[in-house]
Ligand binder design. Sequence first.
Ligand code: NOJ
Length: 538
Amino acid sequence: MKQHQQHLWWQDGIIYQIYPRSFQDSNDDGIGDLKGILRRLDYLRELGIKAIWISPIYPSPMADFGYDISDYKGIWPGFGTMEDFDELLRQVHAAGMKLILDLVPNHSSDEHPWFVESRSSRDNPKRDWYIWKDPRPDGSPPNNWLACFGGSAWEWDEQTKQYYYHAFLTKQPDLNWRNPEVEKAMLDIIRFWLDKGVDGFRIDAMWHMIKDEQLRDNPQNPDYEPTMATYNQLLPVYSTDQPEMHAIVSRMRRLLDEYPERLMIAEIYLPVNRLVAYYGAPHQREAHLPFNFMLISLPWEPKTVATAIDEYEAALPDDGWPNWVMGNHDQPRITSRIGQQQARVAAVLLLTLRGTPTLYYGDEIGMRDVPIPQDEVQDPQGLNMPEKNLSRDPERTPMQWDNSGNAGFTGGKPWLRLDRTWMRVNVQQQKQDKFSTLCLYQRLIRLRQQEPSLMTGAYRPVYSDHQVIAYLRQSEGYAGFLILLNLTHRPCYFRPVNIKFKGRVVIDTFPEQESLQVENTIDLGGDEAMVIKLEQWQ
Ligand code: NOJ
């Protein structure tokens, strides 16, 4: 048997995203915190994940729940103290895991001292740290750009009689990355956390960071439909993904590379060909993992998904490591997009594809989007566009741990209401039930982490039709795996022509099927996905 080729921790391992407000409260104020995360480290270790990515924990007015930072080198008191953070980092490392912070370099809070200074007068030294522009002659904003959370992206400042640009909320002014002082300050912040021993960063909104120098108007989007966010009325061709961005990312990467094995993940919503550009080139490396959101954005249709996987594999640069994301704090949960049963099929897909999977907290127990009454909506995206059903609160509800009060999340009043099903959908219940989604995840993770073929082996597409996707995973010298996924609720057959195969089902969304010997033809039930250890494939 050949020696399994060495990979880095972020290639072998699985990333788990924690939305800190909602994971575990330790002081009964209804909001999750760092001590709460610490309390749940054993759960994460048992689950088998390698790295925890925590959404922002810095001081913040919380207009966008932490994505509006007022001090990049501190901890929001609601989450704890710097001592709590240091302790968490120590314990994460002691448990053999890694900790990834969320960094938001595109914008700060309007309450950050930098912006307070910047807006104080036109000749303040920090004026040019943000994007200030004169109005057009008729007093209107400098161009037609729209904010992601609704309305114009320009906010008028009465005191200094100029507009400032904000890609998100008015309380999130965009930093001016054309100013080298901004870059210097941000690199200094990155270094601060790296020196503490943080293992990497998930960089927020990376494709927004540089804007067209001439600030040209964005064109209309011919495919806009009124159900979409107003932001989508225009195509953001001049406000995002500008060529100058790549040099900046590569300088960030160079800084990370001064430290051993640190990871840069980039949040980028772009079509595949432009996404993969953010891996950089051999002489100018950029992000290790530009987040691949295909499984979030594509329709759950087997041919579409299979084709997208192939396109992604083909588009990757030679040394670009793939990654897959099924959910996050900005998107409806997988169960609410494709249903509970198909979400189990999706789990098999996510954990058997080639590349680093990122799990969103709660998906491993099949949490669903929770209906939040209108008068309890907290998310600014939901509040600003109430008629569009775009609130992100439903996918941010407290983790369901057990059947004690508030699912074991808090002894106080949770900041967002829990799903009514928490008494039966929770970690404690599912641990005891071998048919549960949690057990499915745990076993998939265990198998993936034991089997080089699944962890880092090659991906080979085999077949897809209107119901099924089939592919192989194989490391040289090891038994390979055939993965079969039925993306529909109806039974179907897998009968490849001119291929003879033999194997044993090792994991199935219907565990009754496990240990079954299979040969040449397989019939799959509706919502069934199987991982087959191959003895023969020719
Ligand atoms: C992306 C983050 O994931 C989202 O939650 C946030 O609202 C925006 N960036 C702005 O920071």
